[in-house]
Design a protein around this ligand. Structure first.
Ligand SMILES: [Zn+2]
Length: 425
């Protein structure tokens, strides 16, 4: 008991000194760095579009340095001496997915991107880095940010109603999910709230989210669309909606995304948030989720709930797709000569860094896809869009199919670690 008390005391001390450190460097608002990514299958350039101050920081004030090294990109914030990293966060983009398509071999294209960090109290140095083919982060964009500069925008023109639908405490000690509706007209706002209720109730029945149900806040931003439903190019159906979601992203019919990142961030910034979820008011099957960017799903399809949580696995915990049979637009998405950063995929280049400690000692590696191993943690070949050279931890998992019973133990473990990081534990 005595030891336990000492541990608790030490934990409280570490937390309070981390929070004091946060207060030395940051305010309770956030800095939004809007930038543009331009390039093709080989090249990437980044340039600043504009900087914004937003009213809330929704993340932890204890854990400001990224503990995971997930993501194809990362943002680093250094103090004015450039000696100390005071904030870092990994993230992914639609741009890097596009870079693996046939189109990227033929032309250049630009994508809007945003990184957020707590708003600094004095001048800081911000860098955006992208991984090279070998998986090493390389600097892409560097800028000094003086928090008193007049060029940092402080306006948000959105005058929409927001609601805290589930309130379990302060943003820095909870995971805050902000839901933004797309394709909901003024008359459909009650449906928007009912859809959020349905999806979040489902989320909190699923392991491990059920375990942390009382550490999540749920927000709704009542974005109003002129038209009901969202754009579906293959049906020649074009809709004017709040955040311009569309099927057929990267020429994949079921890939539902929005390229209007700044619009989405403008809505999200009205509340404190860790994660953005756009829900599209349509029954057509589809969705998308990009790590620390946002998730999207349609709401009225019979499989919407499993798509909803699958996409959240990507955007929340950096989980990779464990499937390999479905049609995607990607070419060589993973380099088989390096270990992918996704916690639930391995090329076996550095399996020691992955779920090796979770394997029972009598599990064969690779693990045969036979019935005796259907419920085991193993190393099953096939995942990350290819049937050879990439391995996944379970025969079936929510990151593999809508029919799986839930997330596999490795994905569950990764989700739990992310929840604890975001709630500052
Ligand atoms: Zn899994």
């Amino acid at each position: 008991m005595k030891h336990f008390t000492i541990i608790l005391f030490l934990f409280a001390f570490v937390c309070s000194s981390a929070t004091a450190q946060y207060r030395n460097f940051f305010t309770e608002k956030s800095l939004r760095i809007d930038f543009v990514l331009t390039g093709n299958h080989l090249q990437t350039q980044a340039s600043v579009f504009e900087l914004k101050q937003e009213p809330y920081w929704g993340g932890s004030t204890v854990n400001t340095i990224d503990a995971f090294e997930y993501g194809e990109f990362r943002v680093l914030v250094k103090d004015s001496t450039q000696q100390n990293i005071i904030f870092s966060r990994g993230f992914c983009t639609l741009f890097e997915e596009w870079q693996t398509t046939d189109e990227a071999q033929l032309m250049d294209k630009s994508f809007f991107q945003t990184a957020v960090c707590p708003f600094p109290k004095s001048t800081v140095h911000v860098s955006i880095e992208k991984r090279n083919k070998a998986g090493k982060f390389i600097s892409l964009l560097n800028t000094e940010v003086n928090p008193n500069s007049y060029s940092i925008l402080k306006t948000n023109t959105n005058k929409v109603t927001t609601h805290k639908l589930i309130d379990n405490g302060s943003a820095s000690e909870c995971v805050d999910i902000v839901f933004i509706g797309d394709g909901y007209t003024m008359d459909e706002i009650d449906k928007f709230h009912a859809d959020i209720k349905d999806l979040s109730e489902y989320l909190f029945t699923q392991t491990p989210f059920n375990k942390y149900k009382n550490r999540f806040n749920i927000w709704a931003v009542d974005a109003i669309s002129e038209h009901s439903g969202v754009t579906d190019p293959r049906k020649n159906s074009w809709k004017n909606t709040a955040v311009r979601s569309s099927f057929n992203t990267l020429n994949s019919d079921r890939y539902l995304e929005s390229t209007h990142t700044y619009l989405i961030r403008d809505y999200a910034g009205l509340v404190p948030y860790d994660q953005i979820y756009v829900i599209a008011n349509t029954k057509k099957y589809g969705g998308g989720g990009i790590y620390n960017h946002f998730s999207l799903t349609s709401v009225d399809n019979p499989r919407s709930k499993t798509v909803f949580i699958h996409e959240f696995g990507h955007s929340f915990a950096g989980l990779g797709d464990e499937y390999y049979t479905s049609e995607t637009s990607y070419n060589d998405f993973y380099n088989l000569n390096t270990e992918p950063w996704q916690p639930n995929l391995t090329t076996m280049v550095d399996f020691d860094s992955k779920w090796k400690p979770m394997l029972d000692k009598d599990i064969p590696v690779p693990t045969p896809a036979s019935e005796e191993y259907f419920n085991a943690v193993g190393v099953f070949e096939g995942g990350g869009y290819v049937s050879k050279g990439i391995f996944r931890p379970a025969y079936n998992c929510r990151m593999k199919s809508n029919e799986a019973p839930g997330f596999c133990p490795v994905c569950q473990h990764s989700i739990e670690k992310m929840v604890l990081f975001l709630i500052g534990e």
